[in-house]
Design a binder for this molecule. Structure first.
Ligand code: ADP
Ligand code: MG
Length: 248
């Protein structure tokens, strides 16, 4: 479904993503992990059209999409969430999601259809569909769900979830993991899930790719990656608690 070759993104003299290559099969959940600043969000920004890659190729379902605008990428079937949710503050929860459906789908939809898609997306993430509810009452976990609903309302084939579940408690993190699993199972959506902590991600993903300083240092099954010496050294350090946590 997705072929990424030698993806590189420089900001001036600084290389944030350096020669990243990977393939993604339809229906897979790939975990993309790495310490803060390792280039995960920048990779998403290059795949989703927010940034123009400095070099490299991105092929999605047989088409070269590197350099496409983010709206064109979205219409082609790739939706992404942002690590820091920025909803429209003056719109209701339902309206926030309807805007995505209205502008983000491959086929243009009526206002009424946009609201139907929004209701479906909200049901998927288990947020209330009540049209009177504003976003004021949503906490950190609720805003993450809203972000996910906005992406889902565009009807993606590939979801780039910049989850980074920091700020959520353990049960909320588990819920988020279950939700991504259900999205794949029920909707057949392929997923790349970005996260900086390994724990909860490891039980959901089929494969993991680890970035450090913009480079892929390991990839494989969760078990392979958790045991990889480079990952243990660079990512987990020598902290035995972190290691246990990652392998749990
Ligand atoms: N727009 C930008 N301009 C300059 N540097 C950036 C920009 N975006 C990201 N960076 C830098 O690139 C590196 C990777 O950032 P990022 O992809 O956000 O990391 P991650 O998501 O893995 O925490 C960081 O050092 C960050 O400061
Ligand atoms: Mg990030």
């Amino acid at each position: 479904m997705l072929e990424v070759r030698d993806l590189t993104k420089r900001f001036g003299g600084f290389t944030a993503v350096s020669g990243v290559s990977f393939d993604l099969a339809e229906g897979e959940i790939l975990g993309l992990i790495g310490p803060n600043g390792s280039g995960k969000s920048t990779t998403f920004n290059c795949l989703s059209g927010l940034y123009l890659p400095t070099s490299g190729n991105v092929r999605f379902q047989g088409r070269d999409i590197a350099g496409w605008s983010s709206s064109r990428v979205c219409h082609a079937g790739i939706a992404r969430t942002f690590q820091i949710p920025r909803p429209f503050k003056n719109l209701t929860i339902l309206e926030n999601v309807a805007v995505s459906a209205y502008y983000g789908r491959a086929r243009s939809v009526s206002r009424r259809e946009a609201f139907v898609h929004a209701e479906e997306a909200l049901a998927m993430v288990r947020l209330p569909v009540d049209p009177t509810l504003g976003i004021g009452g949503l906490g950190a976990a609720g805003l993450k769900k809203l972000e996910l609903a906005r992406a889902l309302a565009t009807g993606p084939k590939l979801l780039l979830a910049d989850e980074s579940l920091g700020g959520l408690d353990e049960s909320e993190m588990d819920q988020a993991a279950d939700m991504l699993q259900a999205i794949r199972r029920d909707k057949g959506i392929t997923i790349i899930w970005v996260e900086h902590i390994m724990g909860v991600l490891m039980r959901v993903v089929d494969r993991v790719m680890v970035l450090d300083h913009g480079e892929v240092i390991a990839s494989g099954t969760p078990a392979e990656v958790a045991a990889h010496p480079k990952v243990i050294e660079v990512y987990l350090g020598s902290d035995p608690t972190a290691r246990q946590h990652a392998q749990a």
